[in-house]
Design a protein around this ligand. Structure first.
Ligand code: HEM
Length: 416
């Protein structure tokens, strides 16, 4: 396949919008894209780290977990190569597919499903992760990689109040496609599923809208479906030192193939929005420990004021002992932080006429045993928010380092 030809469009596109990608640079988007307003600029696919993690969160999500149905190692490697090539092409805004405008050969199916033709790249990022079951499925090491499974890639423990549905949890490989146009995100997943026909099958998938986190200080903080600003104290792309400390797996952390990668935790959290909407404003604000309008901690007046967990009024702590921001705060967990990158979802309504709505929580971190797991344990045990939410799906994935260039592919170091 002529890779050069495939990527030429993207380079031209980049030049046209004046972004000029330098080798090794990770994020190449304008502030407008960062806030989800500029549909045209592509986000660079190649780099030291996968895009879609510390790159500015887009507005739409199509997350999919695949089960690998072949047990042929070479077939799996071949699929990862084909997927990488297709993802690089799509992230560059080339939606025509190899061979030009959707196929070109009338005797065989088109090489691209076609519904994104004519659309701009829309900030598309495609990020891949490997689940524990890729390394060990019911005691079977199907691909000869069992001894390369990271120690930290353990199925998550069951937390208090968990109501996890295994049918929408786990998976051998996950694909997170984010874009500012839902059609572009869905097209990306659909084409990877098409390419993977006979080798992988979709286990579950989730659509999301309205990013519930900002991952760059160029972005404004969005609101979640409870109406609160979400992402204020999140790890941000500009905090390079903090990203190194809390987000990216280090060269010495092990295993070697995970260096430059990150661990992804997903939780589908259903919200009882109807009950929440009948809860008083002061109760809502007490639950989070922040005010609803500005997003400021209850001890401050501006969104980015640091919360003062010692402050008292009338002898009572202003931010209570079970407020969400106190329970989740790094000071309670040995300084641990994570990069949240979740999305809202509304999957229609249930049989009672309630919105099937909530937060598809996504968090990346260097070490889930120090970040997500202890934080979620504290929240599951104490958070008053639990009266309004239910965790219904769970996943953990090891996302390898970025793809360095056209000759590289997702997970190469794992299979070498
Ligand atoms: C902070 C909402 C679940 C971890 C916040 C904030 C809101 C919020 C409004 C304050 C603004 C901000 O700093 O982002 C929610 C909702 C959830 C949920 C509605 C469920 C439906 C979780 C879960 C975790 C988590 C499952 C991790 C286990 C955090 C962290 C912070 C935070 C680490 C920042 C605390 C700080 O440093 O001040 N969340 N959250 N949240 N949340 Fe959640």
């Amino acid at each position: 396949m002529e890779r050069r030809k495939l990527f030429s469009l993207g380079a031209a596109g980049a030049a046209a919008v004046g972004t000029g990608f330098a080798a090794g640079q990770l994020v190449q988007v304008s502030p407008a894209v960062a806030d989800g307003n500029d549909a045209a600029n592509p986000v660079r696919f190649y780099g030291k780290h996968q895009s879609g993690i510390a790159t500015p969160a887009q507005d739409r999500l199509h997350f999919t977990a695949f089960d690998v149905i072949t047990s042929d190692r070479d077939e799996l490697i071949g699929l990862l190569k084909d997927w990488t090539e297709a993802a690089a092409r799509m992230c560059d805004g080339d939606f025509a597919g190899p061979g030009g405008a959707v196929g070109g050969n009338y005797d065989s199916p088109p090489q691209d499903t076609g519904e994104a033709q004519g659309l701009p790249a829309s900030g598309l990022t495609v990020t891949v992760g490997f689940g524990p079951s890729l390394f060990d499925k019911d005691g079977e090491d199907r691909f000869g990689i069992g001894d390369r499974r990271p120690e930290l890639l353990e199925e998550l423990p069951l937390f208090r109040r968990d109501d996890i549905d295994p049918k929408i949890s786990g998976g051998d490989i996950c694909v997170q496609a984010c874009a500012n146009d839902p059609q572009v995100a869905v097209h990306a997943v659909r084409n990877l599923a098409r390419i993977g026909f006979g080798k992988v099958s979709i286990r579950w998938s989730q659509l999301g809208f309205g990013r519930t986190a900002s991952t760059s200080s160029t972005q404004s903080t969005p609101r979640n479906l409870m109406g609160f600003k979400d992402g204020t104290a999140n790890l941000k792309a500009e905090e390079t030192k903090e990203l190194k400390k809390h987000l990216w797996v280090g060269a010495k952390d092990g295993p070697e193939w995970m260096a430059g990668g990150s661990y992804l935790v997903t939780r589908k959290i259903r919200m009882q929005v109807e009950t929440w909407d009948r809860t008083s404003l002061s109760e809502q604000e007490t639950i989070f420990g922040r005010d609803k309008s500005e997003g400021a901690p209850l001890t401050g007046s501006k969104e980015f004021d640091e919360p003062d967990f010692k402050a008292k009024a009338d002898d009572e702590l202003v931010i209570g002992t079970v407020a969400h921001v106190r329970l989740a705060h790094p000071s309670q967990h040995g300084g641990a932080r994570m990069l949240r990158r979740g999305y809202s979802f509304v999957d229609g309504s249930d049989e009672l006429g309630h919105l099937d709505a909530g937060l598809f929580f996504i968090a990346y971190q260097r070490d889930p045993s120090k970040a997500f797991i202890p934080v979620q344990k504290a929240l599951a045990d104490n958070d008053v928010l639990n009266e309004y939410i239910k965790h219904v799906s769970s996943g953990i994935f090891a996302c390898p380092a970025g793809v360095e260039g056209p000759e590289d592919y997702w997970g190469r170091a794992l299979f070498e």
